[in-house]
Design a protein around this ligand. Structure first.
Ligand SMILES: Cc1cc2nc3c(=O)[nH]c(=O)nc-3n(C[C@H](O)[C@H](O)[C@H](O)COP(=O)(O)O)c2cc1C
Length: 325
């Protein structure tokens, strides 16, 4: 058990924020696998201030049993604080706020937001202070190792002085984007140095990845990001292991088909069939690797999905093939 501000958290799994993926429908289904905390896609402070309808839709979700944070991005402390107030007016179910200090995308960094904040550790602190001034909800920050140079310890110091409630760290620099091995060696025993709970991120694809990341860093929790896309059962594997010590086997082909269909339903309920299935062309193939004929199945899913029924038909066809081999 650990604490996110005044909230008790039992387990070790955080569903990471991923723009374009972790929408309310995605989170709702993945949460059911045993997530402890989840985070929205990143939400622009100015989008909320200017009442942009799409931005507002990101903060509109139903109350979930899983603790749910909204991740804000921006570079100006006052605007970020204003946007937190607006978000809470739109949706009082928000449990906490996270601030994006890690996004490497130029469209974001050129405005001084995302990982650019790592270049100005005192700004990181000012942002947390400003948001904490306007809400009693816990406020967390998601950082990287640094922008080009590694400077996360300076940033952490400022965040802690400002009263941050927990820190998420992606063990790569901005320059490294999402590629290559994350540098867990650089955050070895980091939890011994932080005053607040730590959540670690970077290449969590298997139960053993999670065990290793927690063991090296001493963190309270790991973030499941790309590793959960097409493999929601990873969440159950991590949760079960840390509760009981049991290592659950990987799901079968038929189980993956079922998970793939259920996630599709949840996303359709949220976004409507046309939009959900367009997005699903990049998600559905990820459910199928390492099975017989799965390369062909991935290609078909990536190119031919149009409706929920088309997903059912494709999977039915491959189930027949699979049962033959
Ligand atoms: C498509 C995509 C979108 C992402 N969007 C966000 C985001 O909005 N906010 C954020 O803090 N991190 C974002 N991330 C970073 C992830 O939360 C995570 O830290 C990163 O992918 C490393 O974990 P992994 O190697 O296990 O995927 C994104 C990553 C991906 C791949």
């Amino acid at each position: 058990m650990w604490k996110l501000g005044n909230i008790d958290i039992k387990g070790k799994v955080v569903l990471a924020p991923m723009a374009g993926i972790t929408s309310a429908g995605y989170r709702k289904y993945l949460n059911s696998f045993g997530v402890d905390i989840c985070v929205s896609e990143m939400v622009s402070d100015m989008g909320l201030i200017y009442q942009n309808k799409e931005t507002e839709s990101y903060v509109n979700f139903e109350k979930d049993q899983v603790i749910t944070g909204v991740q804000l991005f921006g570079s100006n402390p006052e605007n970020l604080a204003k946007s937190a107030i607006i978000a809470l007016k739109l949706n009082p179910n928000i449990d906490f706020f996270d601030v994006n200090m890690g996004c490497p995308v130029p469209k974001v960094t050129k405005t001084g937001a995302g990982s650019s904040i790592m270049l100005k550790p005192s700004l990181a602190g000012d942002i947390i202070r400003a948001i904490k001034n306007v809400t009693d909800k816990p406020v967390t920050a998601k950082i990287r190792l640094g922008y080009n140079e590694v400077n996360f310890k300076d940033v952490i110091k400022e965040l802690e002085n400002a009263g941050v409630d927990a820190i998420g760290i992606h063990a790569r620099t901005r320059k490294e984007l999402y590629a290559g091995e994350p540098h867990y060696d650089l955050i070895k025993d980091l939890r011994k140095e932080t005053k607040v709970p730590l959540i670690v991120s970077g290449n969590i694809y298997t139960l053993d990845d999670a065990i290793k990341a927690l063991d090296i860093t001493g963190a309270e929790a790991v973030m499941v990001a790309r590793g959960g896309v097409g493999n929601p059962f990873l969440i159950t594997q991590i949760k079960t292991y840390f509760e009981t010590g049991e290592r659950l086997p990987n799901p079968s082909f038929l189980e993956q088909c079922n998970y793939c269909l259920e996630l599709a339903k949840s996303m359709i309920e949220e976004k409507g069939e046309l939009t959900a299935m367009r997005i699903y062309r990049s998600i559905a193939p990820k459910f199928f690797s390492g099975f017989a004929n799965s390369r062909t199945l991935r290609t078909v899913l990536a190119t031919s999905l149009t409706t929920y029924q088309s997903l059912v038909n494709i999977l039915d066809e491959f189930k027949q093939e699979y049962l033959k081999v």
